[in-house]
Ligand binder design. Sequence first.
Ligand code: PLP
Length: 374
Amino acid sequence: MSIWYNHVRTRIRMGAIVDNFTLIRGRAANPAPVIKSDAYGHGLRETARALFAAGARTMAAGTVGEAAVLKETTPGAEVISLLGPIDAADYGLVCEHDIIPFAGSSEQLLLLEEAASRAGVPVRVALKFDTGMSRLGFGADEAGGVADLLEGLGNVRAVMAASHLATADDPDQDGYAQEQAGRFEGILHALHARGLDVQGSLANSAAIFGHPRTHHGLQRPGIALYGGNPFHGTGLAHLGQGLKQGMDVASRLVQVRTIPAGRTVSYGRTFTATQETRVGIVAVGYADNYSRGLSSRAQMLVHGRRVDVLGRVCMQLTAVDLGPVPEAAVGDEVFVLGGPGGNAISADELAAWWGTITYEVFCLLGQNPREYVE
Ligand SMILES: *Cc1c(COP(=O)(O)O)cnc(C)c1O
């Protein structure tokens, strides 16, 4: 969490995340929770402790710095860094904390060899291959060259080969996921043929639920752990059924006023009341990572009922129409995400109003002060 100046509260139900982990384990044999970016806003340390207690013995962080914190939090877990080392400090941390970094270039392997020999410890790596994201990793045709290079490195041992899918959550692009899966199988085959005893890792959340072919030895669920259904809005949405959202975000009503027809609300006068309107002012705004893009689009939850955002979201304030909740008063709690009862605001809904995905909703709102509840 990095936002400290507000009254917004991000409430995390760790029980929901543990339940999601259990559900995922029913679908895949060996899932390594992905808890990068502060566990998608749910708190790296808290999430790591809960999942370790629930039986997770391998976990994946993003940067090496995050991986080091993760290793300190759960020393009994194997820890992967999905980004791998970027600067000199990272190379040192990999050795110091026995982190398994993704390595996707010859330079990285050579620098790891150097760091390992300097530290006097062997380093294990996960070889990262690009099979279709065009992002990080060795090319799919470089498996042989990588094996050659590794033969000359005495202190670096490859224990895993990994890649990442671009379209696993989109049934309309299944063909591309299959192409990537095939390319990855070729890479694994080539590495095994060279005598490298590497475990395969390709599946993200969507692939865990939708592409059993990609499971290999280790799976990497992220969004599903936090209750995001990777297939939301598609014909495969039923595959993610039963996942529970673990994050609620609430603030408070700080003023309530009634305005006459014709009066406008907030900057730029983008909302004009067509009738007498009871307006609630909520202490949340774009400085709390409640995006200005939600202006006049989003809903919030007050006393279990939906209310509409009126006009522009401000830096620390947002106006809502309290028409549906006549009893609402200053000090009452207002949910921008989640909330009690059947009208809870789902991350998928909020993401749609926001013009983004649940991942970004969790990462950004999770930067508000967090509380852990049951
Ligand atoms: C974030 C990430 C994941 C998890 O993806 P989800 O879609 O959240 O399940 C897996 N692998 C890599 C390399 C990632 O960066």
